[in-house]
Design a protein around this ligand. Structure first.
Ligand code: 5GP
Ligand code: MN
Length: 352
């Protein structure tokens, strides 16, 4: 049905890990998104169905628009339950790292990771998985999402029968959010075969989309309007835009974590745009969070590494700056300027 993406040796190792595990902890990156939460909950559903004890522990708060998922109310937030998390992580015979590629992505949760006695398994789709971090690393950057990869692992294990409707909903949610409702990173036709399989499990994909996307608070909706109207700098000649928002501005709109998510994608809807950079002052730490989105051959991850202390995917990346917003805007403008040849390569040359 699908082209295999894991070797027989990897499949055998994975099979053994799952069979031998009894107490499993599932983890994802800081500020979990739909793919992170979706992959954790889907694997939890699967393992519980196989008679395992499985607990999801996430580093910190995850957005309200993911709370409809079955089991979301049982997710443990590490920053609110240090002791319980530490005990569970230390007792687990298997810890799974979903949707992240290196310890730095779980911030403070690295501390309890020092007490892991069990095995570690990485299932992820970010570039450059940290060597030596996990006992088995299943990293496939060519996948749209960790959820897509996870579905394919269930296929490799020949165990779709243990994927129930709830798990199918979680997988669909993760694939959907990591591809902007299948508008980017989703040209592999097999993605739609997977969706068809998930639908056979009885998911209502239209309702899932409404559950995820039609959940704006009034504050977030107005914040979007404010940023687009007041704070967006469009550089038409460079096919790029920079938007920014300070902590004070966020507070004016009763900002909740996650409220600014996705706003960085919107300027790419302007005709001719190839690159969108958004600078957001963090409400918790003294830093400016940078989000980068691009189209086609523009390497957002390379820009994130070169200018913003970050990384990520080719067309969606992020990073952080430790300076004032004015300085950050300067850096962003320099970064765009540095890519002028690439951004303008398709422009018609002016007539002599
Ligand atoms: P966002 O703009 O949504 O915060 O991040 C976009 C993408 O870039 C996400 O897939 C995220 O995992 C990745 N990303 C953000 N910051 C970093 C970073 O510092 N390093 C790496 N490797 N990836 C990052
Ligand atoms: Mn992901």
């Amino acid at each position: 049905m699908l082209k295999p993406i894991v070797s027989p040796a990897e499949t055998a190792q994975l099979k053994k890990m799952f069979s031998e595990a009894r107490q499993v902890v599932l983890t994802c990156h800081t500020s979990p998104d739909g793919d992170a939460i979706g992959s954790c909950l889907a694997l939890q559903e699967y393992l519980v169905r196989r008679g395992k004890q499985a607990t999801v522990i996430v580093p910190n708060y995850f957005p309200d628009f993911l709370r409809w998922m079955n089991g979301a109310d049982r997710i443990i937030q590490y920053n609110r339950n240090y002791t319980r998390s530490k005990t569970l992580i230390a007792q687990a015979d298997l810890v799974v790292c979903l949707d992240y590629n290196e310890p730095a992505r779980i911030d403070d949760m690295q501390t309890p990771f020092r007490f892991i006695k069990g095995r570690k398994l990485m299932i992820d789709h970010h570039e450059n998985p940290a060597a030596g971090f996990c006992d088995l690393t299943l990293s496939r950057p060519e996948m749209s999402s960790t959820c897509e990869l996870l579905f394919r692992l269930f296929v490799a294990l020949d165990d779709l029968q243990n994927v129930n409707r709830h798990a199918a909903e979680d997988l669909y949610a993760g694939m959907c959010t990591d591809t902007g409702r299948f508008t980017y990173n989703s040209n592999n036709p097999e993605i739609f075969i997977i969706i068809a399989e998930l639908m056979k499990k009885g998911i209502d994909k239209d309702r899932i989309i409404r559950n995820i996307y039609n959940q704006n608070t009034e504050g977030r909706y107005r914040l979007m309007g404010y940023i687009l109207y007041e704070k967006l700098i469009v550089m038409h000649d460079l096919h790029a835009s920079i938007s920014s928002v300070t902590k004070d501005e966020l507070q004016r709109f009763h900002y909740l974590k996650g409220d600014a998510e996705g706003i960085v994608n919107m300027p790419l809807e302007i005709r001719g745009q190839k690159l969108s950079i958004m600078l957001r002052e963090d409400t918790e730490k003294p830093q400016i969070c940078v989000s980068i989105r691009s189209y086609d051959d523009f390497p957002a991850n390379e820009m994130a590494t070169r200018f913003f202390n970050g990384g990520g995917h080719f067309n969606a990346a992020g990073g952080r700056l430790f300076c004032t917003m004015d300085e950050a805007l300067e850096i962003a403008k320099q970064a765009v300027e540095a890519y002028r040849p690439l951004l303008c390569k398709d422009d018609p040359t002016p007539a002599e």
